[in-house]
Write a protein that binds this ligand. Structure first.
Ligand code: ADP
Ligand code: MN
Ligand code: MN
Ligand code: MN
Length: 337
């Protein structure tokens, strides 16, 4: 009887960035239908992940998304939500805070990250002492003088596509050793599921090469770009608005101080180091929006203007270490306010 390997992935309770944890459940192929609804709940020791006390340590894993695991024989990846023993969502469970579980909201996340040499603690392409040539040639570069770690990101792209994740593109970024992938999905939860699974596959692929994926939003201080996770979003109202006023009214919902604080609270740790007003960002304490403006908090893409003010918006503030579930959650809450 063939056996199937299910890799249950969850987010732990560490702060400020939750890490991914995973463990393998081996099941009989006869009992496996491939459907999320048929997958068993599972439990884990929450006292080892900062999610429970030792005295009552069990937390529950509830499967919410499944895809093939192309890098392992007879295997699938299962994204899960963490529940308390009584079945309620655990406080670390950002996915459960998403109010809109339809696919009316579409999200395209641009996940930036830096490949890091664990021996030097520096990005690939940085010498052990000092710095490489100033940034400029690295963005979308080709060639061994400017492009570092391509074999890893190519392998990651193929694995993601084979898994059925909706990666729309990849590119080398502005700092040496910095890269990006974009994932688009209809439905906030689905977009978050795919980003987390893609991060898992990125970490596991880089691990094979002895390379670390650094999700910190400002890995190198000074005149080096930080890492973001721009959140492109739309709902049916925005996609069919045909109205500049409507777009501006949505942007203005993000402007009150209370909203700025609610957003920044979940847009990733240490974002003050990245949102400085330099390096294609707006300052963390300011809010602005503008057409094609990469120095704004929210950019109105040219696409939207060219399609007679129907389309999407780009919130440029979320950083590379943010939880896409929580980012989507606060954007939906704000748009619907
Ligand atoms: P840039 O680097 O110029 O900011 P990218 O091409 O890297 O842009 O990313 C743009 C993202 O916008 C893509 O992930 C894409 O899927 C997403 N996107 C496009 N149209 C929509 C839409 N209607 N709703 C939500 N996201 C969208
Ligand atoms: Mn991009
Ligand atoms: Mn980018
Ligand atoms: Mn962008």
């Amino acid at each position: 009887m063939a056996k199937i390997k299910l890799e249950y992935i969850w987010l732990d309770g560490y702060k400020p960035m939750q890490s991914m944890r995973s463990k393998t459940k081996v099941v009989d192929s006869e009992k496996f239908t491939g459907k999320v609804a048929d997958l068993p709940l599972w439990s884990f020791d929450g006292s080892s992940t900062q999610q429970a006390e030792g005295g009552s340590s069990d937390c529950i894993l509830k499967p919410v998304f499944i895809c093939p695991d192309p890098d392992r024989k007879n295997a699938y990846l299962v994204m899960t939500e963490v529940l308390n023993a009584d079945g309620t969502p655990h406080e670390s469970n950002g996915r459960a805070t998403i109010s809109d579980t339809t696919d009316d909201f579409w999200f395209g996340f641009e996940q930036e990250y830096v490949l890091q040499d664990p021996e030097t603690g520096k990005p690939l392409g940085f010498p052990a002492d000092g710095f490489p040539a100033p940034q400029g040639p690295y963005y979308c570069s080709v060639g061994a003088n400017n492009s570092f770690g391509r074999e890893i990101i190519e392998e990651h792209l193929d694995i993601c596509l084979d898994a059925g994740l909706n990666v729309e593109g990849i590119n080398a970024e502005v700092m040496a050793g910095q890269w990006e992938f974009q994932i688009f999905a209809k439905g906030a939860q689905r977009a978050g599921d795919e980003i987390w699974v893609a991060r898992f596959l990125l970490d596991r692929t880089a691990e094979k090469y002895g390379v670390v994926v650094d999700y910190h939003c400002k890995p190198v201080k000074g005149d080096w770009n930080g890492s973001g996770m721009h959140a492109n979003f739309s709902n049916s109202a925005l996609r069919t608005a045909n109205s500049q006023e409507f777009f501006e009214s949505i942007c203005n919902k993000f402007a009150p101080k209370e909203r700025i604080e609610a957003c920044i609270a979940v847009y990733g740790p240490d974002n003050d180091q990245r949102l400085t007003g330099l390096h294609e960002t707006q300052s963390i304490d300011k809010f602005s929006f503008g057409v094609s403006d990469r120095g704004a908090s929210i950019r109105i893409p040219l696409y939207t203007v060219q399609h007679d003010w129907s389309g999407y918006l780009e919130d440029r503030r979320p950083n590379s270490a943010a939880d896409p579930y929580k980012v989507a959650s606060v954007i939906i809450e704000t748009v619907n306010s």
